[in-house]
Ligand binder design. Structure first.
Ligand code: DI6
Ligand code: FE
Length: 411
């Protein structure tokens, strides 16, 4: 099937995830989905659509299946070397975290494993993780650097991510997270490393078009608000968007900084307070919930979901796929966890990986909803009710994955 010819999907139930359709899930029944040139050309009442479509292209009978927008995983660190299973096992055997860190564990062990691989090897090591997400229905994925922490190694991670994007039917949004941890070369001088990020790594990534956004781990064990502010200023100077890992383990008021900088999203936010919620609401910054890390670290502090909801903050849900705190290549697990652990409704979880996640990547105008003009990234589900997408794991009711109007089989 060519993406250039028109396609009409009939006998589908559309979970449009579009606020313009007020039914739960933005549902439209008895409507047909008309695709053209990789985009949604129109959504029309089925009879009208069939009359207007006539013999313009291929008609596909969805046989009553539900169709949703393609999933958008708006926060991952999926390009990395090695894994941290041994470190995890040690922790469960009672070895204290300080000792693990002193023995070279934690983020810096993944930095060493990532530095050892060249760009090809890194892409190859990351491929199964990206494919696992795609098999569950991910059509757009954000991938961060942050395990290189030198100019060459950060750019290598971003190039590996771009290479995966070129090889597979998936859209990749790359984010520079050079300010993830202090590399050993700068031990004891975080400010000097931040200078290096702002003056060398970030400009190079921007110049090569390797990143569209810049992220910072703003935390006691990461970088301060003042340091984060400098990174965001450099991002702006180079035309890149901002986002932050904020309020994950403590409340440094990093979310307010992200909001003040017009950032796309504030991510984690377990320790976000009411002022932080108000700041996100006022700025229209998306709150990205990452229940995988909360679960894997056995955290107990939940993000303020009720307050975010009351303030009308857009809530996205993402996998945070990374080897240390969320080794889960499953967006459906994250959606399920967002419901079970954080109290989202299945409808909110679905919006969290579609229209809200699109907004978190600055793609709300083109992705994340079934509506005329949007990209034709969509999923066909063999289910009776949309909640089934989020409800159970182990089986996958995804029947078809359509990227830019074309049915894709991921092996
Ligand atoms: N927050 C996290 O949970 C991860 N990074 C971050 O800023 C941890 C990443 C790792 O442990 O490798
Ligand atoms: Fe993360």
């Amino acid at each position: 099937m060519s993406s250039c010819s028109d396609t009409l999907w009939i006998n589908a139930r559309l979970a449009t995830c579009d606020a313009a359709n007020p039914a739960p899930y933005g549902a439209l029944l008895d409507h047909a989905l008309w695709l053209r040139d990789g985009h949604i050309h129109a959504i029309l009442p089925q009879q009208q659509a069939q009359a207007e479509f006539a013999a313009r292209g291929t008609v596909i009978d969805a046989r009553g299946a539900w169709i949703t927008p393609g999933f958008i995983d708006c926060h991952t660190h999926l390009v990395y070397g090695g894994n941290r299973a041994a470190e995890w096992e040690k922790r469960l055997n009672g070895v204290p975290y300080q000792q693990i860190a002193a023995e070279g564990g934690g983020i810096l062990s993944t930095v060493r494993a990532t530095r050892r691989l060249d760009e090809d090897e890194l892409a190859l090591a990351s491929l199964p993780r990206l494919k696992a997400l795609m098999k569950e229905g991910v059509t757009t994925v954000e991938i961060k650097s942050g395990y290189g922490l030198t100019l060459a190694d950060e750019l290598k991670q971003l190039r590996a991510a771009k290479r995966l994007a070129a090889a597979l039917p998936v859209e990749v949004a790359t984010t520079l997270l050079a300010a993830h941890a202090l590399p050993p070369e700068f031990a004891g001088d975080a400010d000097a490393y931040i200078d290096h990020v702002c003056e060398v790594i970030l400009p190079a990534a921007a110049q090569e078009g390797l990143a569209e956004a810049v992220d910072v781990f703003c935390e006691g064990v990461g970088f301060s608000v003042a340091q984060s502010r400098r990174v965001f200023a450099a991002a702006h100077a180079h035309g890149l968007r901002c986002k932050g890992h904020v309020e994950q383990l403590s409340n440094l008021h990093g979310a307010a900084l992200v909001a003040e900088c017009g950032g796309l999203s504030a991510d984690h936010i377990e320790y976000l307070d009411q002022d932080g919620v108000a700041a996100l609401a006022a700025a229209g910054t998306v709150a990205v919930l990452l229940p995988g890390a909360y679960y894997f670290l056995r955290e107990t502090r939940q993000p303020p979901v009720a307050a975010l909801r009351a303030a009308g903050v857009t809530m996205a849900v993402a996998s945070d796929l990374n080897p240390g705190t969320s080794p889960f290549a499953s967006i459906r697990l994250a959606m399920n966890q967002a419901c079970v652990l954080f109290g989202l409704t299945p409808e909110e979880a679905l919006y969290g990986t579609t229209r809200a996640a699109a907004a978190a990547l600055g793609r709300g105008h083109s992705h994340g909803r079934l509506a005329a003009g949007m990209v034709a990234d969509l999923l066909l589900w063999d289910i009776e009710h949309p909640a089934e997408i989020v409800y159970g794991l182990g089986t996958n009711p995804l029947a078809q994955r359509v990227f830019r109007g074309v049915i894709q089989h991921i092996d």
